[in-house]
Ligand binder design. Structure first.
Ligand code: SF4
Length: 281
């Protein structure tokens, strides 16, 4: 595997640096892991499209030298879907933050999942809207402080992978920015999956979530990830009491019994063309 320096030389757009992420932000860890996964899978740059929404994490698409688009808030998935329909040969990877993907983009998420469009969605879950100053998102844990919740949030968050699975997801996985080998592994498997894959990455926003919630330095946020994430095999052996406050990482669900959407769509085109031919015969 290439070193990070080699990956930067091959895949970054030097003219777009320096990046705007804060010191200690987890976004760079995720982008680095994604480059490792793409490189390890041997994908050609021209055959990869990185589409993002709006937010700190979504700035990632602009830094890398693939076919890229930094699109609209919450709309990365419909744009990714359109691109995949037009160019099914491309490896389309969609980057979205927890606010972007689960709030304004939540409805798009449900329908992209249920269609089983052949995309890989990477959800950067840092539990906050970082770019706009620290408002709480649907994935902010209850009892957290945010600029829109100075007296703590009273809304329960939800599990975005459970939502995706309920909507018919064929691949779900989770990792953290502490567990980089797990992150690279699930990204590779998600890219290879023939259908919609969603990968949630638990990451830290030290500036807006960490400061408001007095969690401390970025390293402490990663230590929290280390202490609360449980590899799936170990998770299966825990009872409900032992699972409380923790979460599983790794590939959590995969099935291959459903046709990928663009392939099913091609069959519709063939059927329509055959019917037209019969009509005119
Ligand atoms: Fe990262 Fe938060 Fe800074 Fe945005 S505000 S770059 S998410 S640390």
């Amino acid at each position: 595997m290439k070193s990070m320096e080699e990956l930067v030389n091959v895949y970054f757009r030097p003219g777009r640096l320096p990046h705007l992420w804060c010191p200690g932000c987890g976004n760079g860890v995720i982008l680095g892991a994604l480059l490792k996964a793409i490189d390890a899978e041997g994908l050609e740059k021209d055959n990869v499209a990185i589409i993002s929404g709006i937010g700190c994490s979504s700035r990632a698409s602009g830094y890398v030298d693939f076919n890229t688009a930094n699109t609209l808030h919450g709309r990365a998935l419909p744009i990714s879907t359109g691109l995949k329909m037009a160019r099914p040969d491309l490896n389309v990877i969609t980057l979205s933050g927890d606010g972007d993907c689960s709030a304004i983009g939540g409805n798009h998420l449900i329908h992209a999942v249920r269609r089983n469009v052949g995309l890989t969605l990477v959800v950067f879950n840092n539990s906050i809207y970082g770019m706009t100053g620290g408002q709480y998102s649907p994935l902010t844990p209850i009892g957290s402080r945010a600029t829109t919740a100075p007296y703590l949030t009273i809304e329960p968050s939800f599990d975005i992978l459970a939502l995706a699975q309920a909507a018919g997801a064929t691949f779900t996985a989770r990792a953290t920015t502490y567990h980089v080998p797990v992150l690279v592994d699930v990204l590779r498997k998600g890219i290879r999956h023939d259908g919609f894959s969603i990968i949630e990455v638990v990451t830290g926003c030290p500036t807006n979530f960490g400061r408001q919630n007095k969690i401390g330095a970025p390293a402490l946020m990663m230590e929290w990830q280390k202490d609360h994430a449980v590899p799936r095999a170990a998770w299966e052996k825990l009872d409900d009491e032992a699972r409380r406050g923790k979460f599983p990482i790794g590939v959590l669900f995969e099935r291959t019994d459903e046709k990928e959407y663009t392939k099913a769509y091609d069959e519709i085109i063939e059927r329509a063309q055959a019917a037209k031919k019969e009509e005119t015969a």
